[in-house]
Design a protein around this ligand. Structure first.
Ligand SMILES: NC(=O)c1ccc[n+]([C@@H]2O[C@H](COP(=O)([O-])OP(=O)(O)OC[C@H]3O[C@@H](n4cnc5c(N)ncnc54)[C@H](OP(=O)(O)O)[C@@H]3O)[C@@H](O)[C@H]2O)c1
Length: 298
């Protein structure tokens, strides 16, 4: 990307990770960092060495022909307007955002001011300012003309891969809902299971968390990485052990929300188990019937 001057606007989790990855790749002509928090920009600038730091959006527009806006989703349109108000972009200058939910159209205020707009969403979970390697990360890319071209070039330079969304009005929202369901849903599920586990098992919270994680998650993840869900599924439903499921339902009966979550997920497990050949169909029918009954009282 020898002829590309990049600016990262907004140095939260994604902006920081992208700036680090861009600097590591080093194929761009220049890198400018902008944050509304000058101290945060200076800190990252010091870490990266060669990047220029600014607190002036007009300078961003003057310095960069590819600006990556890493703002919160609800702020994207306003931040695009700020950029449009700050300066006229150079010919063919590109503005990308990193939201998975919104398309390029959320940057309309900047498009009206002459920016070519697009979206480049890394399918990755970024936390705080910790280091993230984007190598082999998948990105969905959207944008017209030069916006799409530069986004693809950048993804390739960072060692990433691009994912194509299917045509259709809800594809982007469904894609993002799926990502949130898995990434953030895993956290919610782990938190829920930890609570139930903690009420039943002695020991410090750290020890319990480690036991729960180490014992259960890696095996399931490894199974999912190497084969279909029916091969990754273990536990009573994979074997058709109806008495165990019935016992769980009784144990959780006093907690309706937890019980409901257990039922919903277990019904999905029954569907998965039906695709495999370990459990007898009749046992899975019994389990499905148990899970569909009104909750027993404790
Ligand atoms: N996090 C993820 O896993 C993830 C993954 C893929 C895509 N995305 C998308 O990327 C975009 C940015 O998400 P994000 O997770 O990077 O959001 P974030 O960490 O909350 O940062 C969002 C904005 O908040 C400001 N900010 C960050 N830390 C702050 C602090 N300590 N105090 C005050 N302001 C602070 C930054 O702007 P200033 O630097 O100008 O203050 C930054 O642009 C969103 O569109 C999101 O949907 C996120």
């Amino acid at each position: 990307m020898e002829d590309v001057d990049i600016a990262v606007v907004g140095l939260g989790a994604v902006g920081t990770a992208l700036a680090r990855a861009i600097e590591r790749d080093g194929s761009q002509r220049s890198l400018t960092l902008y944050s509304r928090r000058p101290a945060a920009a200076r800190r990252l600038g010091d870490e990266l060495g060669r990047a220029t730091v600014t607190a002036d959006l007009a300078e961003v527009a003057g310095a960069a022909n590819l600006v990556i806006l890493c703002a919160r989703d609800d702020e994207l349109a306003d931040r695009a307007q700020d950029l449009a108000d700050a300066a006229t972009p150079a010919t063919n200058a590109v503005l990308l955002h990193t939201s998975g939910f919104f398309g390029a159209d959320v940057l309309a205020p900047a498009a009206r001011a002459g920016w070519q707009t697009g979206a480049m969403h890394p399918l990755h979970s970024f936390r705080g300012a910790s280091g993230h390697d984007l190598d082999r990360t998948s990105f969905t890319i959207e944008g017209t003309g030069r916006a799409s071209v530069l986004a693809h070039q950048l993804v390739r330079a960072l060692g990433g891969k691009s994912l194509e969304l299917r045509d259709g009005p809800a594809s982007r929202a469904r894609y993002h809902a799926a990502a949130v369901l898995l990434s953030n849903g895993l956290v919610a599920l782990f938190d829920t299971a930890s609570e139930v586990f903690g009420a039943a098992v002695e020991g410090s919270e750290d020890a319990r968390r480690e036991a729960l994680w180490n014992l259960l998650v890696p095996g399931s993840v490894e199974g999912l990485l190497t084969g279909p869900a029916e091969d990754a599924l273990t536990g009573p439903i994979s074997r058709g052990d109806a008495s165990v499921v019935s016992g769980h339902l009784r144990a959780l009966a006093g907690e309706p929300e937890l019980s409901e979550l257990y039922r919903r997920l277990s019904l999905r497990m029954v569907e998965i188990a039906r695709r495999g050949d370990r459990a007898k169909p009749a046992d899975l029918d019994t389990i499905a019937e148990l899970l569909s009954r009104p909750p027993p009282t404790a």
